[in-house]
Design a protein around this ligand. Structure first.
Ligand code: GDP
Ligand code: K
Ligand code: MG
Length: 298
């Protein structure tokens, strides 16, 4: 069904909050596909990721952001924080995500970045984990005193009913203007970028907590060959010892990272993928501003 441009609504919605509150999970659920990688580790999201969904006459353009880093001031973390500050100032609506019933200094730090002139919705996520639901009402009232939120939404990003209800909540904040992307578009990120991200997701998920967050993925080759995409990528780690953790016993770990990333990419692109992985040591890259930039961080 064709929607004439004068009937179209379209707007940008930034999703912000401290690490691990479920921002990327929410974004993927809203988009309906994995366009932003997730894991139970902080620093999984390292870029501003745009994902969109067009529902009837309205195009929702979601901007997922890294969790604001308050600990180490290295070059990587400074770049992550700049991305958050940039994202909140240029949108029609802000979705501020916290874990339902929780609010600490790290949340307060992100909240202090929100501009007063952009409406903000409070998402109290992970509602499924709240055991004493009666205590949520006074907690929500305490949140009212912290910021003049336009709405208070207890929900679970993992509950499809909550997610579909969310479109109706956001809709009224989006201006009447023509869509900026195709109705079917899912993300503005390149296939090359998505390939690197899927490898990084598996790296984060399949290695233990001992592997520090200072690893990254670089694409060396990206070729299309009929209905096949050939990708070669290098996992960059900080120390020799980390290399072994990524490769694993007789290469088992690296093989599994490759297999799982390939399956995700085949699902995303709907074609066959040949994925080749390498591991390299670049000590101190996360402290080196030029290196951080050369690896694709803003
Ligand atoms: P981000 O760092 O804010 O982007 O958080 P992620 O989306 O990467 O999610 C962090 C962790 O929280 C992951 O293990 C998710 O599966 C989990 N998570 C996200 N939303 C929910 C939710 O609504 N309920 C529960 N129980 N877990 C969630
Ligand atoms: K995370
Ligand atoms: Mg994230």
């Amino acid at each position: 069904e064709v929607v004439p441009p004068e009937a179209q609504h379209c707007g940008f919605i930034a999703i912000v909050g401290k690490p691990n509150v479920g921002k990327s999970t929410l974004m993927n659920a809203l988009v309906g596909q994995k366009v932003s990688i997730t894991s139970r580790k902080a620093q999984t999201t390292r870029h501003r990721i745009t994902g969109m969904r067009t529902v009837n006459a309205t195009q929702f353009v979601f901007v997922d952001t890294p969790g604001f880093q308050t600990r180490h001031g290295n070059a990587l973390n400074k770049s992550l924080n700049k991305t958050v500050v940039g994202a909140v100032n240029d949108v029609d609506l802000i979705v501020f995500v916290v874990e339902a019933g929780h609010f600490n200094l790290a949340d307060a730090k992100v909240l202090s970045l929100l501009p007063a002139n952009v409406p903000a919705i409070l998402v109290a996520n992970k509602f499924d984990l709240v055991h004493r639901r009666g205590e949520l009402a006074p907690w929500l009232r305490s949140m009212q005193e912290r910021h003049a939120f336009a709405e208070y939404v207890p929900m679970s990003a993992k509950n499809p009913r909550d997610v579909s209800r969310f479109f109706g909540i956001c809709e009224k904040y989006l201006p009447q203007q023509p869509w900026m992307f195709d109705a079917e578009a899912l993300t503005d990120r390149s296939e090359r970028f998505m390939a690197a991200e899927m490898v990084r997701e598996k790296l984060f998920r399949l290695t233990g907590d001992e592997l520090p967050y200072t690893s990254t993925v670089v694409i060396d080759k990206f070729e299309e060959d009929g209905n096949l995409k050939r990708v070669a990528a290098t996992i960059v780690v900080e120390r020799d010892g980390h290399k072994g953790m990524v490769i694993g016993d007789r290469g088992e770990k690296l093989k599994r990272i490759g297999t799982e990333a390939r399956i995700e990419l085949e699902k995303l692109w709907g074609c066959k993928v040949f994925l080749e992985l390498w591991v390299k040591v670049r000590s101190g890259w996360a402290d080196d501003e030029a290196r951080v930039r050369s690896f694709g961080y803003e």
